[in-house]
Structure formats: C-alpha cells, structure tokens
Design a protein around this ligand. Structure first.
Ligand code: FAD
Length: 391
C-alpha cells in the first residue's frame, strides 16, 4: 500500500506552501493531492495584494514576515512569482479615520513602513485620485502584489524538486480514522496510509471536514474581479489603492492594465464550490466601472476587458482556522482565509509545516487561530467595524 508521512489535500497557495516548507525542512514522503490542477481554486483567481494593513498585531506581523519572503521568493523558491513592490494607498472616509490612525500606529510598532498622510498628499504617490470625500489616508511603501498562479506553481515545482509528490488530477475521496487518529486517505487511485492529513482545500474545506465526520464554520462566498484597459499604459509600479468606503481596490496588472475588485454584496449567501457562476455579472462590471471612475476620474474612459468570480471562504471572525482538530489526532486545519489569505501563505505555510514536522510552530504562534477560540470566546475583531473583511 502507498504510504506517506503527510498527505496534503489541496493544491492552492496553502497546500503548495506547506508542501514546499515540509520538503525544505527535510520531511520525506509528503504527498499533495489536487483534484484538478494547481491554482485552480481561490488562489488562481486572487488579486494577490500583499498588504500589511491589519488591525491585529499577530496578523500584521505575519503579513510583514510573508511580505519579506515574497521579496526573496524568486531566489529561495524559483519560478515566476512576479512580485512587485508598488506601495499601497489606503483611504479612510470620516467614520474610519480614527481606526486608520490606530491601525497605522500598531503597524509602525510592528516594524511596517507605513505613514498617515492627509488626503491632499495622496497625489504625491498616486495621481488623479478624487479625495473630496476622504478624511485621512496612509501610504504603505513596502506593500506589493504578485502573480498568484506563478506563486502556486513555483511552490509546487520546488516542493517536487525537493522530494514531495505533487499529484494533480487526484482527489481525496475519504479520510480513515481509527481510535481518534488519522490512519489513511482514500483516492480513486488507491489508499494512502498516513498519520497526518492537512485540509488545505480552500472553499472545499467543509467537504473535507465532512470526510472526517466533522463540521467547521466555513462559508464560501462569491466575489468578482475585472481587468480594465486604461487609455494610457498603467505603470506596473503604480501604487495599489484600497478604498473600503466604496468597497473598491485596484492595482496594476501585466501589460499596462488595471485589476479592480471589491465589495461582496453576496456575503450573506453560501456558495457550493462545485456549482457557482465563475463569470463576472454585467451588473458588477457596470458598478465597478462607476466606482472606479468616481475615485479615479482618469480611468473613466477605460474599457472593460474581462472579469471572473471566485470564492473566498469566510469564518465567523474573518480569520483562518489553523492547527490540529481537537477531535482527531493528525488532522490539521488550514482553512477559512476569509478573502485575505494569499499574502499570509509563506509564513502560515511554514508554521503549519513546523507544527507537523517539529511538533511546534516557530514562524508564528498558531494558538490564537485554533478552532477552540470560538467555544472559548477569544475571537478576532477588526478595528474597521463596518469592514470586518479587512481583518
Ligand atoms: C477574487 C479573489 C480575490 C482575492 N484577493 C486577495 C488579495 O488581494 N490578497 C490576499 O491576500 N488574498 C486574496 N484572496 C484570498 C486568497 O486568494 C485565498 O485566501 C487563498 O488563495 C486561499 O488558498 P487555499 O490554498 O486555501 O485555497 P484554494 O486556492 O482554493 O486551493 C484549494 C484547492 O483544493 C483543491 N481540492 C478541493 N477538494 C479537493 C479534494 N477532495 N481532493 C484534492 N484536492 C481538492 C481545489 O481544487 C483547490 O485547488 C482573494 C480571493 C479571491 C477569490
């Protein structure tokens, strides 16, 4: 029978990051199962913004350490991550101004290069933005963005080079548990004996949990992105803009284009990852074009090129569920990234790999993210009460 020290279910940015880190630590017999192809889930559809603007110290720190990893990704991992350090402007409407100041102070204490600026100073970094309704802003000089497909395939390829088995087109169909511990993972191509299984299945996370007879609080919800062609080539180092009040973000995209998204009017609905509309709706295209041209009048005559919809996987407190399931020894949750997981994947992937291989996460403390926090009433909260998704 096939045997593995660890079976990872899911070939998104988490499955591949964990596989890479495990293999790099010298953990043998790592098998990654991807039912389709690498990056076919949330990861490949991500806007892949790498911001460090968070309300909670532990998340801000993880974002900062992950951003440092993205800066050296190409040397460490290889492939084509296409990481660009373009900086980020974050706008606060009057109700969010106080929270923005508080968050920036926390981020500066963590060591993140970020400063509060007046609306009039936005022009210095990002030209042609209408700031007439903005109370305050900040500029995060070290923020960036990447090519999510390039990152996932690079993690996967390097993990394979280091000895991990990356199986595309092979789905996990069941998890065998005996005496409260993982014993094996079933696939149509045969059973893999193992004592450790990682659920890194993104929006399919609940379905994998159900294979172990468990339920975890995950809600896959649909969000959309659009690629816009401006009249003039958009420089790849133009800062990203995040405008929570308008539920809008946009950044440069390869080829002088702009990628824009934001706003999930569908947050109340739960979607089936095997059955949802992956195309952008015409309403969304119209709506985002309006919001974009209001905030950046120079993009008013930009043309819509293409769009898509993907799923983000929400938890009740918009933070992931990480660590061993209390009910089953060897079953590791790496789920519920609530729409902001791409940027955290280097450090969280490393911490999960350490938990498995060394018995203790060193890259960051995973305990605050344990599923028990819901029962114990120690959940996370965002300073932006109206925009908890910003975490
Ligand atoms: C439109 C959009 C924009 C986003 N923008 C940002 C952003 O700007 N910044 C940011 O940090 N985050 C962003 N995110 C969130 C981020 O992309 C996700 O948090 C992250 O990609 C989650 O990765 P994952 O590996 O957990 O899941 P996924 O990438 O979904 O990977 C899960 C994989 O599991 C596989 N799988 C499922 N079931 C099985 C099975 N039974 N057997 C084998 N394989 C299975 C699936 O095929 C899939 O490939 C965005 C997400 C979306 C959708």
């Amino acid at each position: 029978m096939e045997r593995a020290s660890v079976v990872i279910i899911g070939g998104g940015v988490y499955g591949t990051s964990i596989a890479y880190h495990l293999a790099a630590m010298g953990c043998g017999e790592v098998v990654l199962l991807e039912k389709d192809s690498l990056a076919c889930g949330s990861s490949g559809k991500s806007c892949a913004l790498v911001r460090q603007h968070y309300s909670n110290e532990i998340t801000a720190r993880a974002a900062m350490e992950s951003r440092k990893f993205f800066e050296v990704f190409e040397e460490e991992v290889g492939g084509f991550p296409e990481y660009k350090n373009n900086g980020m402007i974050f706008l606060a409407h009057p109700p969010e101004a106080e929270a923005l100041e508080k968050n920036v102070k926390l981020q500066q204490e963590v060591g993140i290069e970020v400063e509060v600026i007046n609306p009039g100073e936005v022009e210095k970094y990002l030209q042609g933005i209408d700031v007439s309704d903005i109370a305050l802003a900040c500029f995060e000089s070290s923020a960036g963005y990447a090519d999510p497909h390039g990152v996932v395939t690079a993690f996967g390829a390097r993990a394979k080079q280091l000895g991990a088995k990356i199986c595309q087109g092979r789905a996990a169909t069941g998890i065998e548990i005996s005496g409260g511990a993982v014993k094996a993972v079933h696939t149509a191509e045969g059973t893999i004996e193992t004592e450790v299984v990682v659920n890194a299945a993104g929006p399919w996370g609940e379905k994998i949990a159900a294979m172990a007879g468990l339920d975890i609080p995950l809600k896959p919800t649909r969000i959309q992105e659009a690629i816009i062609r401006p009249l003039e080539t958009y420089d790849k180092l133009t800062p990203t803009l995040i405008d929570p009040g308008e539920a809008l973000y946009f950044r440069p995209e390869t080829g002088g284009l702009v990628m824009a998204g934001g706003g999930t009017s569908e947050e109340d609905k739960e979607f089936d990852p095997d059955d949802y509309n992956e195309n952008a709706d015409s309403d969304f295209v119209e709506d985002i074009s309006q919001r974009l041209s209001h905030r950046s009048p120079r993009l008013e005559r930009a043309g819509f090129m293409r769009g898509w919809a993907g799923l983000i996987t929400l938890t009740p407190d918009y933070h992931p569920i990480l660590g061993e399931a209390p009910e089953v020894k060897g079953l590791i949750w790496c789920n519920g990234f609530s729409g902001h997981g791409f940027k955290l994947s280097p450090v969280i992937g490393k911490a999960i790999a350490e938990l498995i291989f060394k018995g203790k996460a060193e890259a960051m403390d995973l305990e605050p993210f344990h599923i028990n926090r819901y029962a114990e009433g120690r959940t996370f909260a965002s300073t932006y009460e109206n925009f908890p998704i910003l975490a």
